[in-house]
Design a protein around this ligand. Structure first.
Ligand SMILES: [Zn+2]
Ligand SMILES: [Zn+2]
Length: 191
């Protein structure tokens, strides 16, 4: 493409980035990313050595061991779904002793408050977090990318989880980075 001076479109760039991330070809990924930025198609896609596939719109992406995992809310398609849900169940129990109260007002469904809480626990950023916690090496910060804004309840939960698990969690949502550490966030709740 480069040799023939053809400008790749967003789809081609995103697909190539995804392929680079799966094959762990960081160098090629870097070049593709530079092309994307130059073309004004993608910005701020690159964090550390991780490659992010922003083509996956409306989904959250979690990077673990160089691999890209994509989740949607209430997702049950990941091969480790059972372990992820078990991990979240465990966190939910730990958080119930922390004073955290789920904010269910923003859950639109006409369902019981217990079901609303379940629904919140299966938001995609929490599924991504669950996978990260069962797969990442101890002490490693967790990085999650979200193309929408993180919801208020997930923001609160991430703060508490960063405290109870002593893990740093970095979530890039469509507006900014949220760096959760020891129970607070770098945005100081003014996001
Ligand atoms: Zn949420
Ligand atoms: Zn924040």
């Amino acid at each position: 493409m480069r040799n023939e001076d053809v400008r790749p479109n967003e789809y081609v760039l995103a697909t190539t980035l995804k392929a680079c991330s799966l094959s762990l070809d960081v160098e090629l990924g870097r070049q593709v990313h530079a092309e994307a930025v130059k073309a004004g198609l993608l910005t701020d896609l690159f964090v550390a050595s991780g490659l992010v596939d922003l083509y996956a719109k409306c989904k959250e992406i979690e990077l673990a061991d160089g691999q890209v995992h994509v989740f949607v809310s209430q997702d049950g398609s990941h091969p480790k779904t059972e372990q992820i849900y078990a991990k979240l169940q465990d966190l939910k129990q730990r958080l119930s002793f922390s004073g955290y109260i789920p904010k269910t007002e923003n859950v639109l469904h006409n369902i019981s408050s217990r079901e609303k809480i379940e629904h919140l626990w299966h938001h995609s950023e929490r599924l991504a977090l669950g996978l990260a916690l069962i797969s990442a090496s101890p002490g490693m910060p967790i990085r999650i990318f979200k193309n929408l804004r993180i919801c208020e309840d997930c923001h609160e939960v991430m703060k508490v989880i960063s405290y109870v698990t002593s893990r740093e969690i970095v979530i890039r949502d469509f507006k900014r980075f949220h760096h959760f550490k020891l129970g607070s966030c770098s945005c100081q709740d003014s996001w």
